[in-house]
Design a protein around this ligand. Structure first.
Ligand SMILES: C[S@@+](CC[C@H](N)C(=O)[O-])C[C@H]1O[C@@H](n2cnc3c(N)ncnc32)[C@H](O)[C@@H]1O
Length: 414
């Protein structure tokens, strides 16, 4: 049986190209998570010849983006049509990364830029603000087809749904009016139309009916607004709407609300700020790794962060991490499968980057970061299960630098 975790040692661009060229269905991934080097100036080797006239900093950003661009292009090729990619990044490259990903994945496919509070005390070294967060950029391969569900595994709090229909169904009211000031009759003219509602019964419709008054969408200051639902949707789902008198700055008026139902098993929507108390901290991540292998990697991610990411996708996804480092993604896959009976599979890739001479890792006998990745994935399999396998580079797929034999020329008839 295929192990839950597989590891490939190699430069990720080479491995990604082989995966893409292999054409094998198991080499298409529903979820990609990466945590690339952050280009802090020391960890990332930039090219001197790219400094140009923009100066060192601009050259460094350009070199970083040039390193990442082809990797994203091939990553997109191995991402399943309904898949999504999550990328960790800090302030050094967040802006450049977002532009780059807009180019490769399309601006319309940006699902979120999440703030991840991995260092709750804040960075105490250096001048200025004590930075306590970094980011997670989330893009779909195709936002319309993506299966990602931006909710946590926690259930919603029933207290947030305090209203009841006469037959006992719980709901809360959400304004049908679009409260985002960007949307108004000029920017969204088709969403500005009157509806009809009876404030006594609460009934709403798109045509006049006995007892109904005409209702226009307006902002609190009386300026015209637009609805969130089209007239066709309102006509289709009258049960999900209710109107009632509201008291605003300009006196009483009738407004329309969506009934947002408390369905059994409804999960909490994820916000775009993830706190360390929910997803762990870098300190917690170091402790997790220490318990398995020792203090052999400086900046691992906490497994709880990866489990939250995994929780947004179905439980049988194929996951790829091509900057695997200490193997956190693979570890989280095993924890998630054990917790919910899922069948996720992970492929981790890391290069044979030598560990720093004199570092804990080198002292513990890890000559390369790849040795750390495989040691953690093996230790996870030994202690928790799920199995572990390693795939030699030449079994991943055809060598991208090799030339494919030209197809034989067939004589044309006639
Ligand atoms: C920030 S670390 C990832 C840490 C990981 N998320 C964790 O929790 O341990 C980035 C990793 O990418 C690896 N790396 C850098 N360039 C690479 C390349 N071209 N191919 C494969 N791995 C690479 C480095 O060895 C490093 O381990």
């Amino acid at each position: 049986m295929e192990p839950w975790n597989t590891f490939v040692e190699g430069d990720n661009l080479d491995v990604l190209r082989r995966l893409a060229r292999s054409g094998r269905p198991e080499h298409r991934f529903d979820l990609i998570y990466i945590d690339p080097p952050y280009n802090t100036g020391s960890a990332f080797a930039y090219h001197d010849d790219l400094r140009g006239t923009d100066g060192l900093r601009a050259g460094r950003h350009r070199a970083w983006a040039e390193m990442m661009r082809p990797r994203f292009e091939v990553a997109r090729a191995v991402l399943a049509p309904a898949g999504a990619i999550f990328v960790s990044i800090d302030d050094n490259e967040a802006a450049h990364l977002r532009l780059l990903m807009d180019e490769v994945f399309g601006e319309a496919n940006l699902l979120a830029q999440v703030v991840v509070n991995l260092n709750p005390k804040g960075r105490q070294l250096g001048r200025g603000f004590a930075t306590s967060h970094e980011y997670l950029l989330v893009y779909a391969r195709d936002a319309r087809a993506c299966v990602l569900e931006a909710s946590s595994t926690e259930a919603v709090d029933p207290a947030d749904f305090p209203l009841r229909t006469p037959d006992g169904r719980a709901y809360r009211r959400l304004p049908l009016r679009n409260t985002n000031k960007k949307f108004n009759p000029v920017t969204a003219p088709t969403m500005h139309f009157p509806v009809w509602g009876d404030p006594e019964s609460g009934r709403v419709g798109v045509e006049p009916f006995a007892g109904a008054v005409e209702i226009h969408p307006v902002f609190g200051d009386g300026r015209p607004a637009v609805w969130r639902w089209s007239a066709a949707l309102i006509a289709e789902r009258p049960e999900d709407l209710v109107c009632r008198p509201v008291r605003g700055r300009l006196g009483e008026r009738i407004d329309v609300f969506q009934r947002d139902w408390l369905h059994p098993g409804r999960r909490k929507k994820l916000t775009t700020i993830w706190l360390a108390e929910e997803i762990g901290s870098t300190d917690a991540a170091v402790a997790e790794l220490k318990a398995l292998l020792g203090h052999v990697f400086e900046s691992p991610k906490p497994t709880a962060l990866l489990r939250r990411i995994l929780g947004t996708m179905p439980d049988d996804v194929r996951v790829l991490d091509f900057f695997a480092g200490s193997g956190t993604t693979g570890h989280a896959i095993v924890l998630a499968n054990l917790a919910d009976g899922g069948t996720r599979r992970g492929l981790s890739i890391n290069s044979a980057e030598p560990t720093r001479a004199g570092s804990n890792a080198a002292r513990e006998g890890f000559a390369t970061v790849a040795d750390i990745t495989r040691a953690r994935l093996q230790a996870v399999a030994d202690t928790l299960g799920g199995g572990y396998g390693e795939m030699p580079l030449d079994e991943v797929g055809p060598d991208p630098s090799g030339t494919t034999a030209a197809p034989a020329v067939r004589p044309t008839s006639g």
